[in-house]
Design a protein around this ligand. Structure first.
Ligand SMILES: [Zn+2]
Length: 298
């Protein structure tokens, strides 16, 4: 790995244009579980019942309680040294008039907890701490709202979850695995967050199943990659396998243009780790530990 690391660092040092794709693995290093299924109070629900425009329309109380809990869980987590290393990379590149873009698939707002506004970081799946008005006639958006709970009624859901979590950890395996069903409270719509401008219901600013990725960001990413005057030298794939759309398409496009790839993930193809795949470095392990070392070369 040492030779690979040296080779990578020399290349990074001379790169003029870099893209980083950030996935759930970086948040996992902050203690946030990779979000595949529902947990705790939410274990009897499907994501499809909680994270779609239809489910919000039918039962905003249920969906808001779920997102209130996700906000709470994210706020309890801390940004890690991988987040810091990437922000340092942005600063380093900007100070030298080089181009850098970070595409994050995580909604947990951990980058913003270090610095609220970083123009070079695109949250393509949205952000738990962005609130959007649901009215078609209103374009109210609030970013970096870390207020918790957002309304007094949403506070109770958090406590219920915490209570159950404590029981889970202290009891035997049998109890832990036994299905417990706690129906989530039904809150009146008036108890949920509302738009300060038009008084309509607010919704979490995340991309739900069935919704398209934010067109403005996708267009900016396309322009960044396709700009014929400056071809991307390097794409960093962090905390993700990079094999799922849209990450895989960005990686392929950059490779086609002659750019190289560096993967930082707990799970990487052995051939890549052994340096047998052209123009691709693989650093296997915890991205929060690897990045501060790998990116410290300026
Ligand atoms: Zn509004």
């Amino acid at each position: 790995m040492n030779n690979q690391l040296k080779e990578f660092q020399i290349y990074l040092k001379n790169s003029k244009k870099v893209i980083a794709l950030v996935g759930a693995g970086l948040s996992a290093s902050s203690g946030l579980p990779v979000f595949r299924g529902s947990q705790g109070l939410w274990k009897n629900y499907n994501m499809i019942d909680l994270a779609t425009p239809d489910s919000f329309y039918i039962d905003p109380s249920l969906v808001w309680q779920f997102y209130s809990w996700r906000r709470y869980t994210s706020l309890k987590a801390q940004p890690n040294n991988g987040h810091r290393a990437l922000i340092n990379l942005v600063d380093e590149f900007k100070s030298k008039n080089r181009k850098v873009l970070i595409i994050s698939q995580n909604v947990d707002g951990l980058f913003n907890r270090i610095r609220p506004k970083i123009d070079e970081i695109y949250d393509i799946h949205g952000n738990l701490f962005t609130l959007k008005c649901t009215s078609f006639l209103c374009n109210y958006i609030e970013k970096n709202n870390f207020k918790q709970p957002l309304t007094p009624a949403l506070n109770e859901t958090e406590h219920e979850f915490e209570h159950e979590h404590e029981i889970d950890e202290s009891t035997t395996t049998t109890t832990k695995n036994s299905p417990k069903f706690h129906p989530v409270k039904s809150l009146d719509e008036s108890q949920l967050p509302h738009c300060p401008i038009c008084k309509s219901l607010l919704r979490p600013g995340v991309v739900w199943f069935g919704e398209s990725l934010p067109l403005d960001l996708i267009t900016k990413i396309d322009n960044f990659i396709e700009d014929e005057d400056s071809i991307p030298d390097l794409v960093l794939v962090i905390g993700t396998s990079g094999t799922v759309y849209p990450a895989n398409s960005y990686v392929e496009r950059i490779k086609l243009k002659g750019g190289k790839v560096a993967i930082f993930n707990t799970d990487i193809d052995d051939k890549i780790v052994q340096g047998q795949v052209n123009d691709t470095w693989g650093f296997k392990g915890d991205a929060a530990e690897l990045l501060p070392i790998a990116l410290d070369c300026f």
